[in-house]
Design a protein around this ligand. Structure first.
Ligand SMILES: NC(=O)c1ccc[n+]([C@@H]2O[C@H](COP(=O)([O-])OP(=O)(O)OC[C@H]3O[C@@H](n4cnc5c(N)ncnc54)[C@H](OP(=O)(O)O)[C@@H]3O)[C@@H](O)[C@H]2O)c1
Length: 242
């Protein structure tokens, strides 16, 4: 089996690439700016006995998804698993967020995943069954105090995923993982006090790890999840349930 994981240089994407390799899947490791980290992910995939591709694309640019799809299609004639994970979480008040920032965040979290899915459909259709997993966020459900554009883009992803679950069935399943507060570079700017506040709000008493989320993604990507489509797995330590 073969998977493309976007944003696999670090954090949740990296952990997902390694979980999939553990499960016997070849992985196309996509990155934007952290090339040596992405190369390390690819090396770890290979160390698990699987093939790894290393592919760069800026998914905040309208051409990024097409370029990435082309690079995958040049090397692989079929694709079993597509994980839409890449993207930043910029903190900005609604008033301070420019139109360009709105466009960029909608591009990376909504339009590029849609374009990438569309461009790779011929490859996904060649697999016996295909799996698509979107990495959304708890903020899609509760909103964000400093990131309306991010929360809106993540909520829009849910509509896309649920629609694709209908339209691509029965050959392809499409599901969503919605992480809460996960201990990756995205939260690195938090003060110690903010971190403690986050921990206190979580019933399970700790931030999630990238591996906690990767476990859920690799489950949804596996044959064990054959009867799940259009659903959302919340990985948030009990912070919120919908
Ligand atoms: N951590 C959390 O608390 C949390 C909570 C909810 C949802 N999420 C979501 O989980 C996903 C992964 O986040 P993470 O926590 O693992 O963050 P991370 O460690 O910062 O990783 C982000 C990944 O996205 C890539 N990326 C960023 N901007 C990109 C762009 N314009 N084009 C292509 N790739 C880009 C990065 O590539 P380079 O490093 O190579 O630049 C990196 O591989 C994101 O969609 C995020 O919104 C995270």
């Amino acid at each position: 089996m073969r998977a493309l994981v976007t944003g696999a240089s670090r954090g949740i994407g990296r952990a997902t690439a390694l979980h999939l390799a553990r499960d016997g899947v070849d992985v196309a490791v996509h990155f934007l700016s952290h090339e040596s980290e992405a190369a390390a992910t690819a090396a770890e995939v290979r160390a698990r006995g699987r093939e790894a591709l290393l592919l760069r694309a800026d998914l905040a640019e309208p051409s990024g998804a097409t370029e990435l799809a082309r690079a995958v299609a040049e090397r692989w004639d079929s694709l079993d698993i597509l994980v839409h994970n890449a993207g930043p979480y910029p903190r900005r008040s609604f008033e301070e967020t420019s139109e360009a920032e709105w466009r960029s965040i909608l591009q990376v979290h909504l339009l590029s995943p849609a374009a990438l899915t569309r461009a790779l459909l011929p490859r996904l259709r060649r697999a016996p069954t295909a799996r698509i997993v979107f990495v959304s966020s708890v903020l899609a459900f509760q909103g964000s105090t400093r990131g309306a554009h991010y929360a809106a883009a993540k909520a829009a992803q849910l509509g896309l995923a649920r629609s694709l679950a209908h339209e691509l069935a029965p050959q392809t399943t499409v599901n969503v993982v919605a992480p809460g507060s996960i201990d990756t570079a995205i939260l690195a700017g938090d003060s110690p006090e903010r971190r403690r506040e986050r921990e206190r709000a979580i019933p399970l008493g700790r931030l999630g790890s990238a591996e906690d989320v990767a476990e859920a993604i690799s489950f949804l990507a596996s044959p064990k999840a054959a009867y799940l489509t259009g659903t959302t797995l919340h990985v948030n330590g009990g912070l919120r349930s919908d």
